[in-house]
Design a protein. Sequence first.
Lengths: 292, 385
Amino acid sequence: MSILIHKESKILVQGITGRSGLFHTQQCRDYGSKIVAGVTPGRGGIHIEGIPVFNTVAEAVHYTKATVSMIFVPPPAAADAILEACDAGLELAVCITEGIPIRDMVLARRYQEESGTRLVGPNCPGVITPGECKVGIMPGYIHRQGKIGVVSRSGTLTYEAVKQLTDSGLGQSTCVGIGGDPIIGMKFIDVLHLFNEDPETEGVFMIGEIGGGAEEDAAFWIRDNMKKPVAAFIAGVTAPPGKRMGHAGAIITGGKGRAEDKIRTLEECGVTVATSPTRMGEAMSAALGSKG
Amino acid sequence: MNIHEYQAKEILDAYGIPVPRGRVALTSDQVERASKEMGGRCVIKAQIYAGGRGKAGGVKLVHVPEQAQEFGKELFGKRLVTPQTGPDGLKVRRILVEEAVEIAREFYLSITLDRETSRYCLIASAEGGVDIEEVARKSPEKIHLFAIDPYTGLRPYQARKIALALGLTGSVCEDCVELILNLYRCCLEKDCQLVEINPLVVTKAGWLLAMDAKFTFDDNAVFRHREYPDMVDYSQLDPLEINAGKYDLAYIKLKGNIGCMVNGAGLAMATLDVLKEFGGEPANFLDVGGGATREKVAEAFKIILEDSDAKGVFVNIFGGIMRCDIIAQGIIEAAGEVKCILPIVVRMDGSKVEEGKKLLLDSGLNVQCADNLGDGAARIVRMLG
């Protein structure tokens, strides 16, 4: 078992004919993912790498029964691609695209929230269930099949964490990169919820960063609901305070956002926090040991 | 992407939001002339990309043009340090000269993105002026927050609730409703991440006026607004940051002596954390983006070496799908081109790591290769110690 994707997941790729869309489609297929369709408006009818391309997501779903979309559409049209994925009734849309305007995402997120489609990202590495299915741009080889769920706001720092887990003999059930943008689909809590219910996941590693209050929200949710041990790392303990404009951001976050506060809150809620980015694997082992 | 107060007010004016009469000056003589136009009595405001200027001595009410000129001389070229600038402050290159206004009441009004609801959020408070963050901390009930549903947009009755909550009545209340609706329209059409009017005032004559304004544009929406790059005052940015921006790299200047090149913001922050843990101090960090390419790595390397504080370089690239031998070539090319003699520690992960390491070690550069993050940090700190 796993969450979100598994070896039978049928995947379509929005923006398959773009350079990175095609490259990562090939990478995912080599990993074992079942890529059944591509979507590029105006290119419907062709085959690319043996994969049929359709003009619309609805058409692709009709002919291939795809349930998951991986989105590589460039920023100006990416929010539209998310809306189209939701409208076609997909189970999951994973949006890799970086740089989608806020205004577009506000609208796309509003529509997606009320649809039955889960959204991961945008601006994220994607989702991988090691040994079964990869929907994203992460390097497959650092992962190993196992029982740790990984959820992260970061991209390459997730790779670092996963590698340490693998090196510590801790394989992963599913790794979810939720993305670092201000507007994202699934948040920490949504993913933690799924890991909590997944019988094959025995512990969770969570990777956060300074800024916002998502880690604090997750900490309280873990304290009240989580049945499994959780370890975490928060990047940016030594990051200098940046320049900023105005007061609005500080009013909204209400003083949350500093790494120290996030770490303290997580620890108070029973999460084992890695004290150094070199000890993420150790922290997970420690969390499993203390509760297992 | 930030702009100055005077530019923000030009935009507000175009959206029918009343602002004080003002003129921007680039020299103290221009300050004097503008002051004369205002009738002598006016407010001199330093234009920098941060708030908190009043307390830092960047704003002053003057009574005669000579005094305006004198203050202008004092301000131009001065670095203002405020709680929002970071420790080095920002240099004053432009000054806004504005008519002095008799203020009856001050409010706070802004629209920004609320991550929690994924919506634009209207923020208003009757406790306007400089200490709004203090108000938010100590008496949050005095801050009115309203998340705007993108389907309906901001409705007049919603804006009216806010205006009434601010204690406005009668025609000023209706003026405020119109102002709030215009501000929301402006925020959307101009693709803003933040629009802030602080303070919004009611004058003694009973008019609403945006006394100070801050805009931050959404960097991701620049493709819809080709005029934005020309509005940026590059003197407010670090020259190396500007150069990095040209190549789509994120560069941050820091205090220490180790130049850092990392791919991905999270990993970059973790790298700074681990360097400090081992007793090192980063001079800067450069994020080459999650998918590092040879060209980006090469450009990044040159930018790091332009920082004279950097006495050594730590490269931490988790290549993922990118091949390490290609990244190694990028480093070698760039280091060769700028004749780099500084010690370099490279930690790479990804495919073809061994080939990459071999290329580096055979390159004749003063380079060491590290096996992991901790090993890399320890090595660069040792090489510089």
